[in-house]
Design a protein around this ligand. Structure first.
Ligand code: RB5
Length: 150
């Protein structure tokens, strides 16, 4: 599975910590940056990763900024992206079971590495439940078709 991963300066430390964990899960990561702690603007990097997921170049994505809020706002502008901001393992699990989230957003300034690794592992190991939840995702797609520009 190809995973697009990106961050801003507030997420780079957690991204660097998470990358080896993703390799252990046999995931192939495409790191769109940023690569150091020099201040950058999160929309620039969020858009790169979200575009990869939206276009199908990557099946899943991970984005990290300080709170995770900015990256969530950016990612969810993209057609077909269902980005979930997760602070704990339960929300990571539920975002897969019920929402079929295809982007995981992490708050770099609010998570310790151990919790982040557990969130990532559970997020990749949990399958979408389908059923009544698929009907709801179909309604989200209908909203995209009606209101998004393209
Ligand atoms: C950067 O200081 C910070 O604003 C950013 O990482 C993020 O938290 C925005 O939502």
């Amino acid at each position: 599975m190809i995973v697009a991963i990106g961050c801003d300066h507030a997420g780079v430390a957690l991204k660097n910590a998470v990358l080896p964990e993703l390799e252990k899960l046999s995931l192939s990561c495409e790191d769109v940056g940023t690569k150091d702690e020099e201040s950058v603007d999160y929309p620039d990097f969020g858009a790169k990763a979200a575009e990869m997921v939206s276009s199908g170049k990557a099946e899943r994505g991970i984005l990290i900024c300080g709170t995770g809020i900015g990256m969530s706002i950016v990612a969810n502008k993209f057609r077909g992206v269902r980005a979930a901001l997760c602070h704990d393992v339960n929300s990571a699990r539920m975002s897969r079971l019920h929402n079929d989230a295809n982007m995981l957003i992490l708050p770099g300034r609010a998570l310790d590495n151990k919790t982040a690794f557990e969130i990532v592992r559970v997020w990749f190991e949990t399958a979408f439940e389908g059923g009544r939840h698929q009907r709801r995702l179909d309604k989200i797609k209908a909203i995209e078709d009606k209101y998004l520009c393209r």
